[in-house]
Design a protein around this ligand. Structure first.
Ligand SMILES: [Zn+2]
Ligand SMILES: [Zn+2]
Length: 164
C-alpha cells in the first residue's frame, strides 16, 4: 500500500469514528463521502465530493453530502474555510492551525505550517479582545507560482484562465 493510500484510509477512519462517536450510523453513502473527502488533494467543496460520490451512488442527494460536511464541521473534525470571492465554501481536513494561501487567479490553495502561527493568532486574540477561531487559521491572498510564471511569460490573459 502506498503512503497516499495509507493516509486516505486513516483519514477516512478518523472521520467515520467522529461520526460514530456522535451516534451517526455509518451508511455506505457516508463511508463513500468520508473516503472522497479524505482522498481530495486540497480543500474540497460539497459540490466536488458530491460529483465523485455520485458515480458510485447515483441516487445520493447533494443535501446528504452537505449534511455530512456540516456534522463533521460541528464536531470539529474538519474546518470550514470561507474564502473571499469563492462561490463555494471549502473544507479543510487539517484542523491544526495553519496558513492557507489562496491564489487570486486560479483559486489554488496552499497549506503552510509555520511554528509562529499559533502564537500570532493568540496574540491577535489577546490584543483585539476577539475570541478567535484558531482552527480556521490564517487566510492569505496572492498569486501562486504557476500563475506568476504564466503572467511573467506574458501568456496570461483573462480569457485563458481568469475565473472572474
Ligand atoms: Zn494560481
Ligand atoms: Zn488548509
Amino acid at each position: 500500500m502506498s503512503s497516499t493510500t495509507d493516509r486516505i484510509e486513516s483519514e477516512t477512519v478518523r472521520l467515520l469514528r467522529v461520526l460514530e462517536a456522535a451516534g451517526k450510523r455509518n451508511t455506505a453513502q457516508r463511508v463513500a463521502i468520508c473516503r472522497s473527502l479524505a482522498a481530495h488533494p486540497g480543500h474540497p467543496t460539497v459540490a466536488e465530493v458530491f460529483a465523485s460520490v455520485r458515480k458510485e451512488f447515483p441516487m445520493i442527494s447533494q443535501a446528504t453530502v452537505y449534511n455530512t460536511f456540516e456534522t463533521l464541521h460541528e464536531l470539529g473534525a474538519i474546518v470550514q474555510l470561507d474564502i473571499a470571492n469563492h462561490d463555494h465554501i471549502h473544507y479543510d481536513l487539517d484542523v491544526r492551525p495553519h496558513v492557507n494561501v489562496v491564489c487570486r487567479h486560479c483559486e489554488n490553495i496552499a497549506d503552510l505550517h509555520i511554528d509562529s502561527v499559533v502564537a500570532l493568532i493568540d496574540e491577535a486574540g489577546e490584543r483585539s479582545g476577539f475570541e478567535i477561531n484558531r482552527a480556521a487559521g490564517l487566510i492569505l491572498y496572492g498569486v501562486c507560482p504557476e500563475c506568476r510564471s504564466r503572467l511573467s511569460a506574458g501568456a496570461w490573459n483573462e480569457a485563458s484562465g481568469g475565473r472572474r
